[in-house]
Design a protein around this ligand. Structure first.
Ligand code: HEM
Length: 704
């Protein structure tokens, strides 16, 4: 067959000016105004450029300007985006004639050669761009899921995928460059030359399949972690969706693959290649995904903890108002105004101060005895097997009974409504049930003499007049009560349940603590707040449980005061309107501060470590830190010490599982569901009386 070079010049000119493909029967070539899909293709390209540019700019704004943090991944995304832009711009107008969805018989051969040259260059740009974007995403996975040198599954899976992808794309780019001899033969088949196997349709199909497979792997890598997170299913789905906008990239990669198979079988290259190019543009558009809310920043450093919570420059943002009923009326818990908060805090603080606790302690001891009698009852079953106790339930009753007594001298125990104490609920019926209980509590207290009990009311009563400085209206007192009861009851419930959980799971710690308590006292009646202060191992166990299962486990959001001045967090300027916080749970599990964070090791608290102390924040810290810390420690210490004095306990044989195995460690964590405070179940324990010590408890009546 004669080659192109064997023709004379005028024949060559005629061929070059002729159609690149002979028109099918019944068609005539139309070079000047061929039917085309330019408008639609241009719209897709413009949309791709706009979306990818917007995504990149939002990402850079969040990272570089708001978070003041530059990651290597950012540079990969910038390079990937720039290559994508170059690819699109070149593909946008490869010749002066229309080519988008134009049949090959409507294009002159000479224009087609120019077009193929562009295709050759843009294909290489596409491969470079995909490689940079994929590596960028994988580096991000490592940054998010395997911080500060952690060598977990995500680290290894993402690292291996980076190397495989980089190797594959570099290999394919190089293979394209050396596939044809001479080099120009890659796009100009009129020359005398040939190409090796890298240019066959099979090689193209393998490359397409690899592209889809690697997209799927990238999508799957973080899913395990997201689905193992301790959060409601709806939130997991939400997070999963955010992390998998990349699914759109997979979808477009699959379309591109199908399109490449179709074009491999067709001689009408320009028409089908348009489809392929548009799919590739869409695929690259969904590469750099933005994953951070533009006005919410989460920090992890100790400096941030100090700047956010110890500072007088921050206050609680509007998010708090959505937390519960009656929270539209400012209370100590949600007050945004600095002065109002200070006044309320002073008022409430008097009820929960250490001094107040010393006065309140006898009442607390009565309630602890009632709790112990409930435990005793579980051991006095008719059969040989003692009944098991769900510690979440027992701790909840004790926590709310104590809260109601301290707030309004109110004995909740006969009140059926305490079975349900749904403060943070979305159900209207339960909310109004709760609010009417609070109303009952307050109304019956107001009928009594102010000094009938040592309680919050006896302190606040003198201020129940708004005309006085620092005065408080009755409606405001009700609002305070609605948040005070769960602040005191819900949190101690979680703390108690988790302490019992960890002790039942760690026999060595259990024995050490039991020995400490049993060696120190002669009788259960000797166990009081003042006599427990030198039980260091007891305090260590409490702190370790609070570290591993903090009763307020999430992010306590803060923002700058309404004077709208920017403020600093860990060296970064936080502009007005940006909400910041530190996640308590993740700081408590940061191995930089707490080595072997998943191990229950109370011993870590026996040495004085400043860094550990600074990173320990179950009660938060600073002016908005917990007001009831003294009461919490008193209650927890008394309950644990007294229980260990009178009883031995262990996990119930067939109790429902309340443990959560973490793939990174072999130990177990008490499972909490974060809903500002925490929901949980268990541990289910069986108790055994120690000798005949429990006769002490017999003189305590009622309250069960
Ligand atoms: C283990 C038990 C407890 C834990 C872990 C705990 C934790 C916390 C935390 C993290 C905060 C800060 C919330 C925020 O910034 O939004 C807080 C605030 C508060 N807690 Fe506690 N708490 C506990 C027990 C108690 C008790 C027993 C009381 C009352 C007797 C109480 C009363 C308060 C009050 C009034 C505030 C609001 C302080 C303010 O905004 O100025 N807490 N608590």
């Amino acid at each position: 067959m004669p080659t192109f070079s064997s023709f004379n010049q005028s024949t060559q000119q005629a061929i070059l000016h002729g159609p690149a493909l002979q028109p099918p029967p019944g068609y005539v070539s139309n070079f000047d105004n061929p039917p085309n899909g330019e408008a639609g293709a241009h719209a897709v390209i413009l949309l791709s450029i706009t979306l990818s540019t917007a995504a990149l700019l939002i990402r850079l704004y969040c990272r570089w300007i708001l978070a003041r943090q530059r990651l290597i991944a950012d540079y990969f995304f910038i390079i990937g985006w720039a290559l994508f832009l170059a690819d699109v711009v070149l593909a946008y107008n490869p010749t002066t004639v229309p080519v988008w969805f134009v049949h090959l018989w409507n294009i002159r051969l000479e224009d087609y050669i120019t077009y193929l040259h562009n295709v050759f260059i843009t294909s290489e740009l596409y491969l470079f761009s995909v490689a940079f974007l994929k590596v960028g995403i994988l580096l991000d996975w490592i940054h998010i899921f395997a911080p500060s040198g952690t060598r977990n599954f995500i680290f290894w899976a993402a690292s291996i995928t980076i190397f495989v992808n980089a190797g594959f794309y570099i290999g394919i780019i190089v293979a394209n460059q050396v596939a044809c001899t001479p080099y120009e033969y890659s796009w100009n088949k009129l020359l005398d030359g040939n190409c090796n196997r890298a240019k066959t349709p099979l090689a193209t199909s393998i490359a397409g399949a690899f592209n889809i497979a690697s997209d799927i792997v990238i999508f799957l890598i973080p899913q395990g972690v997201i689905w193992n997170l301790n959060m409601p299913r709806s939130r997991k789905i939400g997070m999963s969706v955010i992390f998998t906008l990349g699914l759109l990239a997979i979808g477009t990669a699959i379309l591109r693959f199908i399109s490449s198979l179709r074009h491999a079988a067709s001689p009408d290259f320009t028409y089908f290649f348009t489809e392929l190019t548009l799919c590739a543009d869409a695929e690259l558009t969904f590469g750099p995904v933005v994953r951070q809310g533009p006005n919410k920043l989460v920090f992890t450093s100790l400096a941030a903890l100090r700047d956010i919570y110890k500072s007088d420059n921050t206050t609680k943002p509007n998010e708090y108002i959505a937390l519960g009923p009656r929270l539209t009326i400012p209370t100590v818990f949600i007050a945004q105004d600095r002065q109002l908060h200070r006044v309320r805090r002073q008022l409430i603080g008097q009820a929960v101060s250490e001094r107040s606790m010393r006065i309140f302690e006898p009442k607390m001891l009565e309630q602890v005895d009632i709790f112990l009698r409930r435990v005793l009852k579980s051991t006095q079953t008719k059969g040989a097997i003692p009944s098991k106790i769900n510690m979440t339930e027992s701790a909840r009753l004790l926590g709310f009974d104590l809260a109601a007594l301290l707030a309004f001298g109110y004995n909740l125990s006969p009140d059926k409504a305490r079975q349900q104490f749904p403060f943070l609920t979305v159900f209207r019926r339960l909310r109004s049930q709760y609010l009417s209980l609070v109303q009952n509590i307050i109304t019956s207290r107001i009928k009594e003499d102010k000094d009938a009990h040592h309680d919050l009311y006896s302190i606040v009563a003198d201020h129940l007049d708004q005309s006085k400085p620092g005065g408080i209206r009755q409606s405001e007192l009700w609002a305070e009560a609605t948040s005070f009861l769960p602040a005191a009851g819900d949190t101690t419930k979680t703390a108690l349940a988790s302490i019992f959980f960890y002790l039942s799971q760690n026999p060595q710690c259990y024995n050490k603590l039991a020995n400490e308590v049993r060696a120190k006292f002669m009788s259960g009646r000797d166990i009081r707040g003042s006599t427990l202060t030198d039980c260091h191992y007891l305090r260590a166990c409490i702190d370790e449980a609070l570290r591993m299962s903090p009763p307020v486990p999430g992010i306590l959001w803060r923002e700058g005061y309404a004077d709208r001045q920017p403020f600093m967090v860990d060296g970064h300027i936080i502009p007005p309107g940006v909400v910041v916080g530190v996640n308590i749970h993740s700081v408590h599990y940061n191995e930089e501060y707490f080595p072997e964070p998943f191990a229950f090791r109370p011993e870590r608290w026996l040495d004085d470590s400043k860094t550990m102390g600074d990173a320990f924040m179950p009660f938060s810290t600073g002016p908005r830190g917990c007001a009831g810390k003294a009461m919490a420690y008193l209650e927890l210490s008394l309950v644990v010490a007294k229980t260990l004095w009178y009883f031995d306990f262990e996990s119930a044989p067939h109790g429902p599982g309340q443990t959560q195995s973490d793939e990174r460690v072999k130990t177990q964590v008490f499972k909490l569901l974060d809903n500002f405070t925490a929901s949980h179940d268990g541990p289910y324990l069986v108790f055994k009386q120690r000798e005949n010590l429990c006769k002490d408890l017999d003189d305590v009546h009622g309250g069960l």
